[in-house]
Design a protein around this ligand. Structure first.
Ligand code: NAD
Length: 477
């Protein structure tokens, strides 16, 4: 075991306070511990970020980007170690963990490329001899509060746009998966990033997280996680009118029309539900299939779900999916399937906690005869379970899809371009995929409607979420 320490003001700071134990969800073995930062420690981290911010913002953006590139390169150098850490603490397969490491490094490089593209505007004035400048400025000090499902990538998704635009940041990883973040802090330290620009504090949501989001010394909270926590963070931030960027849960509908390539639809939806054991905000969470193609589609989908291999992703590296992240996640999935069964859903595959000696494994599961009023069609499952409802046509599917608290991702399978264009027009979601499932592109814009969030991430629009517009009126005659 290592002795992980909070990273504050360019130093790893020893602390004598409580520590959080981190377990492997496949074996239940204790992996390591991390510190739990109290409110004073959080304030020290914010103060360090505040001190560092003006000088950091004055550097040319291209210099700030240089550090992002150096950190990306250092991350690639420890690809295998980092991937293994992600797998051990979160339970994702090693293949997916490698994808996460590579994508994180690429994301840092991608955001670095914006350094020469951050633009303001010059407007003509109504007054003679005057110019109006719209300047894009950093917000200031950002708090980044992270979930456990893509914990390393989420560091980059918050840090890279924040830093390249001249903000400084305090990151709090999830208490479930903090080890990768503490490894990442060593890469930051090794890059000689100016002290205070990046700070990392370990801790739980109720203590460290709420100290961050309720602090009046933070200028923006950038949060990814559940709707319930997002609501609490927004309430805490409201006390200081702090800006929030919230990337919250999803209940992505996958719509399969009768004219679709049913093999493509079945394999894409299965892959989407199996990847990271169904614990992805924008993966297919509910399926609407057109009645006339339902039997054929359900047969193909069920065969693919049944072929899913699962197990300990370190000891059995060929598996398609690992365990759920913790016991609470497993219990939640089991309870939701049980409730669906009581409400009249029929289990055609799985429907049970897997019979294994260890690990929070749930069998790949397909449920049919689902209805819009069932909890399993309304709330996030976050496990390898696909509930299916039959629909008459696209219009019915779209209206069921939209009648949801969530509005992050949606997908449609069809060969009919007109149907696809109608769906894109009518689906009230941040993202729509035609003939494929997630993942999103870093140059796109990842954002949720309704309770799936406020603001978004990625691309130009995600970058500018970390800026304020300052207007200067210049009388020059
Ligand atoms: P969570 O809301 O339980 O926790 C997320 C983070 O918030 C953790 O770091 C936690 O310590 C912290 N936290 C908890 N209570 C807090 C409080 N009162 N104040 C401040 N911080 C607090 O979420 P999770 O279980 O880690 O992640 C899974 C959820 O994240 C799912 O709902 C998933 O859909 C969502 N998610 C969304 C996106 C997206 O881009 N929209 C991406 C990944 C995950």
């Amino acid at each position: 075991m290592t002795t992980h320490m909070n990273y504050i003001d360019g130093h790893f700071a020893p602390s004598s306070g409580p520590r959080i134990e981190v377990y492997n969800p496949a074996t239940h073995a204790l992996l390591d511990t991390v510190p739990e930062a109290d409110a004073d420690t959080v304030e020290r981290a914010i103060a360090a970020a505040r001190r560092a911010q003006p000088a950091w913002a004055r550097l040319p953006a291209i210099q700030r980007a240089g550090w992002l590139r150096r950190i990306a390169s250092a991350l690639r150098d420890i690809r295998e170690d980092m991937a293994r850490t992600l797998t051990l603490e979160q339970g994702k397969t090693l293949g997916l963990a490698r994808v996460e490491v590579d994508f994180t490094a690429d994301y840092l490089d991608y955001m670095a490329e914006w350094a020469r593209r951050i633009e303001g505007e010059v407007l003509s004035s109504d007054r003679p001899g005057e110019s109006i400048f719209l300047l894009r400025k950093p917000v200031g000090v950002v708090a980044g509060i992270l979930p456990w499902n893509f914990p390393l990538f989420l560091i980059a998704r918050k840090m890279a746009p924040a830093l390249v635009t001249g903000n400084t940041i305090v990151i709090k990883p999830s208490e479930e998966t903090p080890l990768n973040a503490f490894m990442f802090a060593h890469l930051v330290h090794g890059s000689d990033l100016p002290r205070g620009v990046f700070n990392l504090v370990g801790g739980r949501g109720s203590t460290t997280g709420s100290a961050l989001s309720g602090s009046d010394a933070i200028d923006m909270v950038s949060f990814t996680g559940s709707v319930a926590t997002g609501t609490r963070i927004m309430q805490a931030a409201a006390a200081n009118l702090t800006r929030v960027n919230l990337e919250l849960g999803g209940k992505a509908p996958a719509i399969v029309l009768a004219d679709a390539d049913l093999d493509l639809a079945a394999s894409a939806i299965t892959a989407s539900r199996v990847i990271n054991t169904g614990q992805v905000c924008n993966c297919a969470e509910r399926v609407y299939v057109q009645r006339s193609a339902a039997d054929e589609f359900i047969t193909r989908l069920t065969a693919r779900m049944a072929a899913t291999r699962y197990g300990d992703p370190v000891a059995e590296p060929d598996v398609d999916m690992g365990p759920l992240v913790n016991k609470a996640g497993l219990d939640k999935v089991a309870a939701m399937v049980e409730q669906a069964r009581k409400d009249g859903a029929q289990v055609v595959l799985g429907g049970r906690v897997a019979d294994r000696a260890s690990g929070f494994h749930y069998e790949p599961t397909v449920l049919i005869n689902c209805r819009a009023d069932m909890d399993i069609m309304r709330n996030e499952i976050f496990g390898p379970v696909l509930p299916i409802q039959l629909v008459d046509d696209l219009d019915e599917a779209v209206s069921l899809a939209n009648a949801s608290d969530y509005g992050l991702t949606s997908s449609l399978y069809t060969r009919d371009l007109a149907a696809a264009m109608r769906a894109i027009r009518d689906l009230q979601f941040g993202e729509t995929y035609i003939n494929r499932e997630n993942f999103e592109a870093m140059q796109g814009f990842h954002a949720g409607r309704r309770k799936s969030g406020i603001g978004g991430a990625d691309g130009k629009h995600g970058l500018y979420e970390y800026t304020e517009t300052h207007v200067a009126y210049i009388q020059h005659g």
